[in-house]
Design a protein around this ligand. Structure first.
Ligand code: SIN
Length: 504
């Protein structure tokens, strides 16, 4: 029977950083990282902007960053968490630098600090416009060399096994699907760390990759974990609009920080009508303003105008964005870039304490799948990679202090699922997924949400999926679709409980 001391599910920045730190500190512990596709296929890799850290103590301060974060979160942040994360940021940044992560500097050798919406100061450290990729590749390189870490790609966790004794639930292992051998197996663990990212794929327009199907959240909820704030899905104001891509390509907020304007069909700026900070307002404000403008105009996108910017500097700062636009025949120095708001980040998730600990014994959640209290109703730009690092650190310290309390369960579990089969039902599930995306998008963006109707429609979609699997048994599309259904229902339920939220 397979076993590991620590199982990490997901290979984004939080999971990898946790793995690296824990493996270094505790070479006596065995660590497995399971990821449902290749390790590189994460949301982290797509992060363009960078990491918000106070480094220039002359112009900036922890207090200013704390104030900006609280303001962006609309009064719903946990102040203790905000202070902890922002004050810890320089130390975590230093750890990334020590493993060779490179962040851009200016001609004087100082950090080239970017500006993004909601920040009162330039404080974003970045690696051109591919910060996530730079961090992810450095972390992967290190963890692949660590002898006590095993990285299992193409292994999809189906469910957490949890045992409840004296009203306390403990997780003891996971059922997972091994793609290569097309079989379901069980792994015993002493600790599980969920770092499974978000659920952007529930929406028609999203910047999140296909893998962002709410898996960790759904399996944690099934195991009895508390889930909070799922009504706060953040829409990024400037995803490139082509009318056919999924995911939509992100045009970093840093481009607006660099001076780009958002304009309507007539080429006019309109954001100041909604907020005096204009293009540099927080994401919720900018996305809402764009949505309102689109409702008024009846169009399906607005534009990002970069034509007044220094083209040489633009291409040097944003090579990935410029290359992608050029491939589509858009020259940012001459053409307007069509953009639209798109689901980008899940501000809520699995509820955790300051150490990433959930209400289930020995189950941790870090990164986007966790609801730490940092973001409130609207995450401040470039606070997510930072949160991932800080909570990975906190969880790693906590595991080191507490893992001795946890022993392997003596129960040997035989997978209760029917044998997995790779079938040709991919196409059918793609159709169901599109229907679900349409339903969730229409529910979430509607001025008058009808939760009961949305519930009914989504349950009926689930029944369609179940009937598909009656002939085909368990498959990856089915597991993902079930997780998407469970996550949608949680969003609807939590929206119903908080009906006065602002909509995009
Ligand atoms: C961006 O570059 O605009 C995305 C960064 C983030 O989501 O904070």
């Amino acid at each position: 029977m397979l076993k590991t001391d620590i199982l990490i599910i997901g290979s984004g920045i939080s999971g990898l950083f946790f793995a690296m730190k824990t493996a270094k500190k505790r070479p006596d512990l065995s660590i497995v990282i399971m990821t449902k596709e290749t390790a590189k296929n994460t949301n982290t890799r797509l992060a363009q902007g960078g990491i918000a850290v106070v480094t220039d103590h002359l112009k900036d301060s922890f207090n200013k960053h704390i104030h900006d974060t609280l303001r962006s979160g609309g009064g719903l942040c946990d102040k203790e968490v905000v202070e902890m994360v922002i004050k810890q940021a320089p130390e975590r940044l230093q750890e990334l630098i020590e493993i060779g992560t490179s962040f851009d500097k200016d001609e004087k050798g100082q950090w080239d600090l970017g500006l993004e919406g909601g920040h009162s100061q330039h404080r974003i450290l970045h690696h051109k416009d591919s910060s996530g990729q730079e961090i992810e590749s450095k972390l992967l390189k290190i963890i692949k060399k660590m002898p006590n870490i095993e990285l299992l790609e193409n292994h999809m966790v189906i469910d957490i096994n949890a045992e409840t004794k004296k009203a306390k639930t403990t997780c003891t292992g996971v059922f997972f699907y091994e793609k290569k051998h097309n079989r379901i197996k069980y792994m015993r663990t002493r600790t599980i760390v969920l770092s499974t990212g978000g659920c952007g794929q529930l929406f028609e327009n999203t910047t999140n990759p296909k893998i962002a199907t709410g898996d960790g959240l759904a399996m944690a909820a099934r195991a009895g974990a508390e889930i909070a704030d799922m009504e706060y899905i953040q829409f990024h104001p400037t995803a490139l609009f082509t009318g056919k891509e999924n995911p939509l390509f992100l045009i970093s907020e840093a481009v607006r920080g660099f001076g780009a304007h958002i304009v309507n069909e007539e080429g006019k700026r309109f954001l100041f009508k909604y907020d005096i900070r204009g293009e540099l307002s927080t994401r919720d404000m900018v996305s809402n303003a764009i949505s309102k403008e689109l409702q008024l105009s009846g169009k399906d996108h607005v534009y990002l105008d970069c034509r007044h910017l220094d083209a040489r500097k633009f291409y040097a700062h944003f090579p990935v964005i410029a290359a992608h636009c050029n491939e589509l025949g858009i020259k940012p120095e001459k053409d307007l870039i069509p953009v639209v708001p798109a689901a980008h980040y899940q501000c809520g998730g699995i509820k955790v304490d300051l150490n990433g600990v959930t209400n289930i014994k020995n189950l941790y959640a870090i990164g986007e799948c966790a609801r730490t209290g940092l973001h409130g109703k609207n995450r401040l730009a470039s606070n997510s990679l930072l949160e991932a690092l800080v909570f990975a650190h906190q969880a790693s310290e906590n595991v080191d202090r507490t893992i001795a309390e946890f022993v392997f369960s003596s129960k040997i579990l035989i997978p209760k699922f029917p044998k997995a089969e790779q079938t040709d039902d991919y196409h059918s599930f793609e159709i169901l997924k599109k229907e679900l995306q349409k339903l969730v998008t229409s529910f979430y963006t509607s001025e008058e949400r009808d939760s009961d109707l949305a519930f009914e429609k989504i349950k009926s979609l689930h029944n369609d999926a179940v009937s598909l699997t009656e002939t085909h048994e368990i498959t990856i599309p089915f597991i993902e679709f079930s997780n998407m259904i469970a996550t949608s229902l949680l969003i609807i339920k939590q929206c119903k409980a908080a009906p006065n939220k602002q909509m995009c």
